[in-house]
Design a protein around this ligand. Structure first.
Ligand code: FMN
Ligand code: SF4
Ligand code: SF4
Length: 280
């Protein structure tokens, strides 16, 4: 089976999840290719694809705008091609499932049949920084799920994720983020700590950052992925309204995984339920 996975990732979590899932599918004998959804990226050839995977991080209970734009730009599938969604989020809340509503609607119009949706909880790239122990426990949770999820894909299993009216409403209301982010992103600033290394410019999936006289300038196509602020080696980016919620610097996934007692207090019950489900 030829599997194509197109993913959007601001700070690497979704890239990690899609990469691990595809590695497992390759070990099972399938051909699997990864394509980032970025303004400067090559577009995939989907003509001989037997299964399409779309990976994205949850942004305000929705898929990020570039993912929806990418899906809208797809040619109509010649046959009813199976498709799976793979999402990552910082919280294990079921409300995050609402983020699949728009991608599923667009994919259906394009002739793809969404067979199922996978969800991995990975550390926050905004709001607050999880401990490295929490990050390691989340990665473990993902690693325990991936062989099972890869089997489901290999056997083309179909399972529906239902979204009721509350989730539909929340997802619709939060879609305002797609309009607000380009306006907020214009006001990102850099402090005097900036050394002009250009990392933010190369990381930005929207090609929204350009170095001018060695200093980054921000354009009008920010989608708030936090890639720039997260990966700046000098923590020099002030992402406007989100400055108080900024997370800077990669997580170490090599720390000892947090024990149940060490699981963070925020959404503690939901995290424990997610971890225990995976471990079972
Ligand atoms: C603008 C923005 C909005 C987010 N909204 C949510 C959300 O609604 N629910 C959630 O659980 N996580 C949310 N997150 C956290 C990310 O979904 C999570 O950290 C994800 O794994 C990041 O993936 P990436 O590294 O591939 O970009 C949000 C992150 C950003 C930057
Ligand atoms: S990554 Fe940070 S230090 Fe490097 S150019 Fe961008 S803002 Fe400056
Ligand atoms: S400017 Fe920063 S937050 Fe906005 S899209 Fe680019 S990397 Fe993401």
């Amino acid at each position: 089976m030829r599997i194509v996975c197109c993913y959007f990732s601001g700070t690497g979590n979704t890239k990690l999840a899609c990469g691990e899932l595809l590695k497992k599918l390759e070990e099972m004998g399938h051909s699997a290719v990864l394509f980032p959804i970025r303004k400067d990226a090559e577009r995939p050839n989907l003509s001989d694809c037997d299964c399409l995977i779309i990976g994205y991080p949850v942004h305000g209970f929705n898929a990020p705008a570039p993912v929806l734009k990418f899906l809208k730009s797809l040619d109509k599938a010649q046959k009813k091609t199976p498709c799976y969604l793979v999402r990552t989020s910082g919280e294990p809340l079921k409300l995050n499932n609402a983020s699949g509503i728009s991608p599923k609607r667009i994919l259906k119009k394009k002739g793809y049949v969404v067979y199922g949706e996978f969800h991995y909880v990975l550390p926050y790239n905004i709001i607050f920084r999880h401990s490295d122990g929490m990050a390691a426990r989340m990665k473990l949770g993902m690693e325990l799920r991936i062989p099972i999820d890869a089997e489901k894909i290999a056997h083309m299993q179909q399972f529906r994720v239902k979204n009721g009216p509350i989730r539909r409403f929340v997802s619709f209301a939060c879609r305002i983020e797609h309009v607000a982010m380009p306006a907020i992103g214009k006001h990102y600033k850099v402090t005097e700590k900036c050394i002009g290394c250009g990392k933010c410019e190369s990381v930005c999936p929207q090609k929204n950052i350009h170095l001018c006289d060695g200093k980054p300038t921000f354009g009008k196509s920010c989608v708030g992925c936090m890639g720039c602020a997260f990966s700046c080696p000098e923590d020099a980016i002030r992402p406007a309204l989100f400055n108080g919620w900024k997370v800077n610097g990669a997580y170490s996934f090599d720390a000892p995984p947090a024990t149940d007692d060490e699981v963070c207090n925020y959404c503690r019950r939901a995290y424990l339920r997610y971890f225990h489900e995976g471990e079972k």
